[in-house]
Design a protein. Structure first.
Length: 450
């Protein structure tokens, strides 16, 4: 009955407010665009419109905007979100359950836009399909003006053609899938290049020998394309989220803990949206999706901290704008947690974990949760097997010189779970003290773990 009401409410909201899932990533400085799994609002819940009543929590907040005015937490998008949220009945299911009850759209693996279908072997949008075709057809060479690490999103996909083309190849687009209609004489090809390239600033590669006819060249063997699952997980990976500590609060342990609790609440919104884009996750029942998230959310948060901290020496990067060293952790009462997470950082640093491995491990941490409330264990096992195979395939194709690497990575998950348990207990004790405000979604997930 509860799930039926959720479906009815979802249809009502879809007709009046559009989708809550936004496929276009946005930077934190650009304001709030409803609920986004990539870049959520400054809070997980702008009104009490959805989610259960949290009576009995003197420190439970209704996730207000962090700042007023035209910055984070304001604008017409916020109003649209408020209107949608207020349309939900007071006796709605929990926030986590409601937020899971939306069907994600297939995304372009290159830029994250809505995919129009499978082109050149992968799910991609019309723009990236056309870009890839132009590049292959014209045999164009691009050069990156920066460090060949430009971020490719829907908004930024035109900013660097070199990195966009590299992203196309990385996610598995196949050059071999493009077949020219004919093989014209070289002189015709040169003329065609002149016509097309009169205003082009890019070099066009011609055959090294000026033969009369172009020969069909087979590209040299290279690293195998990433598996579709790993490619999908890379694209589903959310954009950076910022802590944005309140500048009006004096520095203290309360400010630090308030900042971290607010950050965790906003990251939970991101995690719920991210989970729905894990291949196979949405095939699970809504109850099992909730059970996995409620069991593994802290592991996912900590794994994110660990990966962000890898380039640093003895520092934890909770967010790009909130980095703690040992002294800061001691002053805020987080020294024990700092040392536990740092142990994980050192272990992953020793393994030299790559981003592809990180995103797959993160999905595995979710699928391998220790929840006692799974309804369909066979379906969850199928998801686990799918992700295990994806990790194995990645290691075999990209790191075949280390046959035991996948096993070494999987052996880090028990330590991750132990560290997450410590973190949950620490923040639950903070909750019991009642000194630090906590938003409802964070409280809901915290209590589900205790």
């Amino acid at each position: 009955m509860l799930l039926g009401r959720m479906a009815t409410e979802e249809r009502h909201l879809s007709s009046s407010c559009g989708s809550f899932i936004k496929t276009e990533p946005s930077s934190p400085s650009s304001g709030i665009d409803a609920i986004s799994h990539h870049s959520p609002s400054g809070s997980s819940d702008a009104s009490g419109g959805y989610g259960i009543a949290m009576g009995g929590h003197p420190n439970g907040l209704d996730s207000p905007p962090m700042f007023n005015g035209t910055g984070i937490g304001g604008g017409s998008c916020r109003k649209r979100y408020d209107d949608c949220a207020s349309a939900i009945m007071e006796d709605s299911p929990t926030k986590c359950e409601y937020m899971l009850n939306a069907i994600p759209k297939r995304l372009c693996l290159v830029c994250g836009d809505i995919a129009s279908g499978y082109h050149y072997g992968v799910a991609s949008c019309e723009a990236c399909k056309a870009f890839f075709k132009r590049t292959i057809q014209g045999n164009i060479e691009y050069s990156c003006p920066a460090t060949n690490e430009c971020e490719i999103t829907k908004r930024r996909r035109k900013s660097c053609q070199a990195c966009r083309f590299m992203k196309c190849l990385k996610v598995g687009m196949l050059k071999e899938a493009y077949v020219p209609l004919s093989y014209a004489p070289a002189i015709s090809r040169v003329r065609l290049d002149r016509v097309r390239g009169g205003r082009q600033k890019y070099k066009r590669r011609l055959d090294s020998e000026s033969s009369t006819y172009l020969s069909l060249q087979i590209p040299p063997p290279a690293k195998k394309p990433l598996t579709k699952i790993v490619s999908h997980l890379l694209v589903a990976e959310p954009e950076k989220i910022y802590a944005m500590p309140d500048p009006t609060m004096p520095e203290s342990d309360i400010k630090a803990l308030t900042t971290l609790c607010d950050l965790a609440d906003r990251e939970l919104v991101v995690i719920i949206g991210w989970a729905k884009h894990i291949p196979g996750f949405s095939n699970l029942s809504l109850g099992d999706q909730m059970s996995l998230l409620q069991s593994a959310w802290m592991e996912i948060l900590i794994l994110g901290i660990v990966y962000r901290s890898l380039p640093y020496e003895d520092k934890l990067v909770y967010a790009e704008d909130y980095i703690m060293d040992e002294e800061h952790s001691r002053l805020t009462g987080l020294l024990e947690l700092y040392l536990a997470i740092l142990q994980l950082v050192r272990r992953y640093k020793k393994l030299k974990v790559e981003k592809e491995e990180f995103v797959t491990l993160k999905a595995l941490a979710l699928a391998n949760s220790d929840s006692m409330h799974i309804e369909d264990m066979d379906a969850v096992q199928k998801l686990q097997d799918l992700l295990h195979e994806a990790l194995q395939d990645y290691e075999l194709s990209q790191r075949n010189e280390e046959p035991r690497r996948a096993g070494k990575l999987l052996l880090t998950l028990p330590l991750l779970r132990q560290t997450a348990a410590k973190a949950v207990q620490h923040f639950y004790s903070i909750k019991l003290q009642g000194k630090v405000p906590m938003h409802k979604l964070f409280l809901e997930m915290l209590e589900a773990k205790v």
